[in-house]
Design a protein around this ligand. Structure first.
Ligand SMILES: C[S@@+](CC[C@H](N)C(=O)[O-])C[C@H]1O[C@@H](n2cnc3c(N)ncnc32)[C@H](O)[C@@H]1O
Length: 281
């Protein structure tokens, strides 16, 4: 039988929870992984360049905490967003922590759907986004093509699908990368890679100044697709114009400069991230 804590003389002082025990993994994820302000600017301005008009309705596939949906509706009064995710826990967190913080008028323009992106049926939207490489969970080519074809059918005639991809020779390595933040360290762990089928197990861990750790706060089992494969499969799924946006380099520092431009050639960098757009018509 479980014993209640001892009271009175000699009682042990209650242990103070560690920083890891007090941490909120979704908040840490948002702080270390997402930059929805940047993504908003990229998606909004690129859509305008591609179509000559403003986008209004966005669907965020694999939306998690729906941060991009919230960004979208807070930027323009005519903007509406639909977030789709399978996991009720992450959607509830997003509702309580992100959507609840929006103004009432903005909240009314967000809708969350607990559904599979392979099955969801939404009214035609201007933009679908699938960010942070979530689409890589489809490890078979036919299934990935099916997902892309469904995305295409959910877009208006001049609608655009935006997604991101990472690569470079370090992407295939089993390795950990640490990024220090205020009060925590984000650890990206490429734990295993199988060259025969391209499947990969990755984790996100967090560590804290008091020595505590949040191990495997997030786990991703996916296939590491390459950029040529991604473009081919988008075209096979019926997208008309597929564009890769490669990141420029700051001439002084030699580091990536955050400016993504259409490109047909890139550098053989050890690690890169880029955006891809695919036009419906
Ligand atoms: C890497 S998170 C992406 C979070 C966020 N969109 C971002 O940009 O950081 C992946 C999310 O995809 C969801 N997910 C996985 N398979 C899915 C599916 N078939 N349909 C809908 N959501 C799915 C998971 O529940 C998880 O919240």
């Amino acid at each position: 039988m479980a014993r209640k804590g001892k009271r009175g003389a000699g009682a042990k002082k209650k242990r103070k929870p560690t920083m890891a025990e007090r941490a909120d993994r979704h908040l840490l994820y948002q702080k270390s992984v997402q930059d929805t302000g940047f993504e908003y600017d990229f998606v909004d301005s690129t859509f305008r360049k591609l179509t000559g008009r403003k986008a209004h309705h966005l669907r965020e596939d694999f939306c998690g905490t729906a941060q991009m949906c919230c960004e979208w509706v807070s930027q323009r009064r005519t903007n509406h967003a639909t977030g789709v995710d399978l996991d009720p826990e992450v959607l509830a967190w997003g509702q309580a922590n992100n959507i609840a913080r929006l103004k009432p008028g903005q909240q009314r323009r967000v809708q969350l759907l607990q559904q599979d992106v392979l099955r969801v049926a939404t009214d035609p939207v201007d933009v679908v986004v699938a960010m942070n490489f979530s689409w890589q969970i489809f490890t078979e080519r036919a299934l990935l093509r099916r997902y892309f074809a469904r995305v295409r059918r959910s877009l208006v005639e001049d609608g655009v699908f935006f997604l991101d991809i990472y690569g470079g020779y370090e992407a295939f390595k089993e390795m950990k990368e640490r990024t220090k933040h205020r009060n925590f360290t984000y650890i990206w762990d490429q734990a295993s890679y199988n060259p025969v089928n391209g499947h990969m197990q990755c984790y996100i861990h967090f560590s804290f100044p008091d020595g505590s750790r949040l191990r495997r706060a997030f786990s991703y089992y996916w296939r590491l697709w390459t950029l040529p494969e991604l473009q081919e499969i988008l075209r096979e799924a019926g997208f008309k114009e597929v564009t890769v946006y490669w990141q420029g380099t700051d001439e002084k520092t030699g580091e990536a400069n955050g400016v993504f431009e259409p490109a047909t050639e890139g550098d053989a960098d050890p690690a890169w991230i880029c955006f891809v757009s695919a036009r419906n018509g």
